[in-house]
Design a protein around this ligand. Structure first.
Ligand code: GLP
Length: 234
């Protein structure tokens, strides 16, 4: 993996934006793997303010909370609509359906979507414990889409978005690490001091299931895009 350190989140996000734009300019039918969270917000804002046209492109999101309806303001459906799709509609945008009672059917549906739409560029954030998507520590590196239990540390990190910790969903549907690794190119973004341990373990640590993002060490086209705080232990 290649590591690029920028002065701040703004400069780092600009690099990610230019990279994203180049992929779309080369292929207007490109498939983008998208992430939620605060990390890609500047990237999405740049995309919204650009003159790029995504009407032939496809997006596939990493994950969705299980048990939240898509119009719930904390759902990833809502997040993506608000922060990108309202302004920049894609030809097709896929997210896991967190309301589907037949989980097995939903997992199969999503795995088929990923299989039929190979991802050209995958955007990733990272959790404080090194998770990518909602692939928590001990997720197998060859995993496909599945229902996952969120760890106490992830539930705690996400409680800031909810009225109380009891409202934070305890499960999610997440694209697996195996599918993420099949993406042609990957950009992993991390900003701020909270991410410095996870980034150190991802980049310098052994490749181990205790740090899900360390799986990216085996991917040939991954760029880790950091601000100085996130890079401070490298
Ligand atoms: C959630 C998402 C991840 C994201 C992580 C970090 O757990 N499932 O995809 O990378 O949050 O969020 P943030 O960017 O807000 O730090």
């Amino acid at each position: 993996m290649e590591v690029k350190v920028f002065k701040d989140k703004k400069e780092a996000s600009l690099f990610a934006f230019n990279y994203f734009s180049d992929v779309l300019k080369k292929n207007n039918k490109a498939v983008f793997g998208l992430a939620t969270g605060s990390t890609p917000l500047d990237l999405y804002e740049n995309l919204c303010n650009s003159d790029l046209d995504f009407s032939n492109a496809t997006s596939i999101n990493l994950d969705e909370y299980y048990g939240l309806s898509s119009d719930n303001e904390q759902s990833y459906h809502y997040f993506m609509n608000e922060n990108l799709f309202k302004k920049k509609p894609f030809s097709k945008s896929y997210l896991p359906n967190g309301e589907e009672k037949d989980v097995e059917k939903e997992l199969n549906r999503y795995n088929e979507i990923i299989k039929n739409n190979p991802i050209d560029l995958q955007i990733l954030g990272i959790g404080n414990n090194g998770h990518i998507g909602f692939n928590e520590p001990s997720s197998p590196f060859d995993s496909k889409t599945r229902l996952v239990d969120l760890t106490p540390s992830t539930i705690d990190a996400n409680k800031r978005f909810f009225n109380s910790i009891d409202e934070v969903p305890k499960k999610a549907i997440s694209m697996g690490i195996g599918s993420i690794l099949e993406s042609k190119q990957i950009l992993l973004l991390a900003f701020g001091k909270n991410k410095k341990e996870a980034i150190k373990n991802t980049v310098k640590g052994p490749m181990d299931v205790s740090v899900p993002a360390s799986a990216l060490q085996q991917h040939k086209n991954t760029i880790v895009i950091l601000d100085e705080d996130a890079a401070s232990l490298l």
